[in-house]
Ligand binder design. Structure first.
Ligand SMILES: C[S@@+](CC[C@H](N)C(=O)[O-])C[C@H]1O[C@@H](n2cnc3c(N)ncnc32)[C@H](O)[C@@H]1O
Length: 323
């Protein structure tokens, strides 16, 4: 019978990498069938055995992650101590500014100006919705004139597309391990987390890093539930404090998600979540029956009221019918 780690690599190859990264599909599939490499990966704690973390670590160290499994394998085994240390020191913290395209319609409808607070911020690239430009359904570009970041998003349903950008007067965030846009090794790590064939995402990331460098966010190191009250309290008077997060709560055990949700209900400020199904039960319970539910889509919600289903990188926005 296949080991748990082998099954994990096979699942990653077949369901996540397929259609998005031929090289990652091939390499993860190769690891799944390689008892020698699996035994090295199994020396790591369970949460550090992720395929994405191994592949990013090899890239970070300039190892070969192309078509040739044998070359990848030989290099990884030879440099295993460095690969292992990188996998222990770093985390999967993919920061996707494209998600601002699905957050924007909600942000634009809140009482302005806004004090944005992102939990699980990584490098904070989702804290700049007012510094990017947007192209919904291939139409006219809208948003910050001359922004180097233009976010494309395909919409379905009655999306309340904004007429103007939100006014952001304060941006702050928390992460267990905040990444620093002015630190070249952190930026290199962010780049290695973008899959090899995703050239557009890489260009977008680099441009968003350039935007953030001109006005770096205030990021604190810590746990989201332990710090959120202080962050909300620190928001400037006269601005609406808005807490947002995307692709974060899946990393928490269910009891910590429940505790954070209870904190947010108590804080009673606008709370925008953009997360995979299953991580916020109160959101899932309110979702209308969806005939062709796609397990890879996220649910965008405001204070646990579902608004839309979204592509995980912000590439699509399907507004839900109002109940
Ligand atoms: C996949 S990244 C998403 C980053 C960003 N929200 C985005 O959408 O691009 C998830 C981030 O959540 C952070 N994280 C996970 N658990 C956390 C916790 N308990 N408290 C704070 N941050 C956490 C991770 O360190 C990581 O940077």
């Amino acid at each position: 019978m296949a080991s748990e780690t082998s099954a994990r690599y096979l699942r990653f190859a077949a369901t996540e990498a397929r259609g998005h990264s031929p090289s990652y599909e091939r390499l993860a599939g190769g690891v799944a069938d390689d008892p020698g490499l699996l035994s090295l990966v199994d020396q790591l704690p369970g949460e550090r055995r992720q395929p994405n973390l191994l592949l990013a670590a090899v890239r970070f160290l300039n190892g070969p992650v192309g078509d040739d499994y044998a070359a990848f394998r030989a290099w990884t085994v030879t440099h295993w101590t460095r690969v292992r240390n990188t996998m222990l020191e770093r985390r999967t913290q993919t920061n996707e500014p494209g998600r601002c395209a699905v957050l924007l319609p909600v942000l634009a409808r809140l009482p302005q100006p806004l004090a944005l607070i992102e939990v699980g911020a990584s490098a904070g690239l989702c804290l700049y919705p007012d510094r990017y430009a947007y192209r919904y359904d291939g139409g006219a570009v809208f948003g910050e004139a001359d922004s180097p970041v233009v976010l494309d998003c395909v919409t379905t349903g009655p999306v309340p597309l904004p007429e103007r950008l939100p006014e952001v007067v304060w941006r702050a965030g928390v992460d267990l391990n905040p990444l620093d846009v002015s630190e070249p090794q952190d930026v290199h790590w962010l780049e290695c987390l973008v899959w090899p064939e995703q050239h557009e995402r890489l260009a977008r990331l680099r441009n968003a890093v350039g935007v953030a460098r001109t006005e770096p966010p205030t990021l604190v190191r810590g746990d989201l539930d332990a710090t959120i009250r202080d962050l909300v309290a620190a928001a400037p008077a006269g601005a609406t404090p808005v807490v947002l997060h995307s692709a974060v709560l899946a990393y928490l055990p269910p009891e910590k998600r429940a505790s954070f949700a209870a904190t947010m209900r108590d804080l009673a400020c606008p709370w925008i979540s953009n997360e995979a199904p299953g991580v916020l039960p109160a959101v899932d319970r309110r979702l209308p029956p969806l005939p062709e539910a796609d397990g890879l889509l996220f649910t965008l919600a405001l204070n646990e009221r579902p608004l839309a289903r979204t592509g995980p990188h912000g590439q699509s926005l399907e507004w839900l019918p109002t109940p």
